[in-house]
Design a protein around this ligand. Sequence first.
Ligand code: K2U
Ligand code: ZN
Length: 171
Amino acid sequence: MAIRPILVAPDARLKQKSKPVEGAVTDEHRRLMDDMLETMYDAPGIGLAAIQIGEPLRIIVMDLAGKDEPKAPRYFVNPEIVWKSDEVKPYEEGCLSVPDIYDDVERPAHVKLRYMNYNGETVEEDAHDLYAVCIQHEMDHLEGVLFIDHLSRLKRETALRKLKKARALEA
Ligand code: K2U
Ligand code: ZN
């Protein structure tokens, strides 16, 4: 397992549309998911898409367990949202690729998912609350969409200016 660097916006690689895993989930995919999970825990975060470590594959990892609870890793290969509720809810989102920026994003409150798990088995599942928010946030990453893309142009441009200034100060 390895902790991999997380891409930070603005970065053209984060705007890529990730490609589906073709065929079976292999040991190579599982090694990638292991690295993603170790990277996510180290950040720390509760979700991570493969593109955030520069791998344009439709793979997501997540762990919604509270800090005083046992780890509960989840793995999503080629995830699809097969149904979404008309009801929407706002949630203050952040992103490991958009550090120190937080704002409300409105998303469907309830979604139904279909995906392959760590072992390549097909799973169908309902997602509500933080699970629904996080999986939709991560699936946006697979389309090259960041949560700031859902904000007003003014808020997005202000966020990107702040990120560019922080990068210049680090250089
Ligand atoms: O994509 C990412 O960078 C992972 C996000 C997942 C996330 C975004 C918005 C709302 C929920 C989850 C990171 O984990 S951001 C850090 C974080 C941690 C706890 C709750 C919200 C955000
Ligand atoms: Zn994110």
